[in-house]
Design a protein around this ligand. Structure first.
Ligand SMILES: [Zn+2]
Length: 363
């Protein structure tokens, strides 16, 4: 009898969070062990004035995890991984199993806003074959209380990795490209608070796919709440890739996915020198890849059968119609070029701007 009572009491308590403040943000962290079925439901205490949270789940290596569901304080389910991962309209990658999984809420303007109370988040951990496992994971919940949801400041660490730091032409070109990026984000009400730093290792695989130690180290150095944009000589292990974002949305706590990687080799082109168009596309690439971390998907994927979930990025199903409607969109999956020039990709729609501003890192 006593034992049963003790169990009931434990179940009602939920996890014990470590709490800290990061600037204006509130961080709750806990280490949790999954139940036998590999799942675990947790209370999420949403405080007064909180406008968005970003949950990041990191299972013990080599396990993978995902965010299974989210309910508000009235017990209404707002998100579930099965619906999300089967949908042809993408809002978050949180439902897919990975070494880190992140859910920002709200994801976009159509999502129910945060409200004070006890929300419920269900998480899951699996082995690398996808079978649920009774393993442990770290869960970080980062909250912002944003009084102006139409504008904010994004903290960015521009990291020159390996030999890129000693390449004066590249550093100069990157600074010019950053000005293009700033101007683009200003149209969405987002101001960049950018610092530069150097990191000795430049041979990096895409974030989440290798070089784990380096991504953790970079993120530990730059701190919680900062987006890491890492410039490398070339991306190891993939060919002809200009930039890769760690996740959609990206984590803001140290993880192996807390970064965007951009290739200097692709940025400067085959002749090795930056011309005006290359500088502009470099800036657009920095803005595009970071856009993924802020929760933005391509308005249409190159397969032409998956779209973002936003209302004002039109649905299209052929290259011709997609390009005619959205070639100028910042989040179009690739630059649309003729023999002589490429269409500037400077459009951020209202719904894209709203989604980006809901991201916890834009405060
Ligand atoms: Zn992209």
């Amino acid at each position: 009898m006593t034992r049963l009572l003790a169990l009931v009491a434990l179940a009602a308590c939920g996890p014990r969070y470590e709490e800290s403040s990061i600037g204006h943000m509130r961080l709750l962290s806990t280490d949790v062990r999954m139940q036998r079925d590999g799942h675990r439901a947790l209370r999420v205490p949403v405080g007064v004035g909180a406008s968005s949270f970003l949950a990041t789940l990191q299972p013990t290596t080599p396990f993978v995890g995902h965010i299974r569901s989210l309910e508000n304080s009235d017990g209404i389910q707002l998100y579930d991984a099965i619906t999300e991962t089967k949908s042809a309209f993408s809002s978050t990658n949180a439902g897919f199993l990975g070494p880190a999984a992140s859910l920002n809420w709200p994801r976009h303007g159509r999502d129910a806003p945060l409200r004070e109370g006890k929300w419920r988040l269900e998480i899951g951990v699996a082995d690398t074959e996808g079978f649920y496992a009774q393993e442990s994971a770290r869960l970080d919940l980062l909250f912002k209380s944003d009084i102006d949801p139409t504008s904010g400041i994004l903290r960015v660490a521009l990291v020159f990795a390996g030999s890129t730091a000693d390449d004066a032409d590249l550093v100069e070109a990157t600074r010019e490209a950053v000005e293009h990026w700033r101007a683009l984000y200003a149209t969405a009400g987002i101001e960049l608070d950018l610092t530069e730093l150097e990191y000795p290792e430049g041979n990096l695989e895409p974030p989440g796919a290798g070089s784990d130690r380096h991504y953790l180290q970079i993120a530990e150095e730059t701190g919680v709440g900062v987006i890491n944009v890492v410039i490398v000589p070339a991306i190891v292990g993939v060919e002809d890739v200009y930039g890769i974002a760690g996740d959609i949305p990206g984590p803001l706590v140290p993880s192996i996915r807390t970064a965007v990687l951009v290739s200097a080799e692709e940025a400067r082109g085959p002749d090795g020198r930056f011309d005006e168009t290359e500088l502009r596309i470099y800036g657009e690439t920095l803005a595009h890849e970071t856009g993924h971390l802020l929760g933005l998907f391509h308005p249409v994927e190159t397969t032409l059968d998956v779209w973002d979930a936003l209302d004002d990025t039109p649905q299209c199903s052929s290259n011709r119609s997609c390009e005619s409607k959205m070639a100028d969109n910042l989040m179009y999956p690739f630059p649309v070029c003729t023999l002589f020039t490429c269409v500037p990709q400077t459009t951020i729609t209202d719904d894209q701007a709203t989604a980006a501003n809901l991201y916890v890192g834009v405060d």
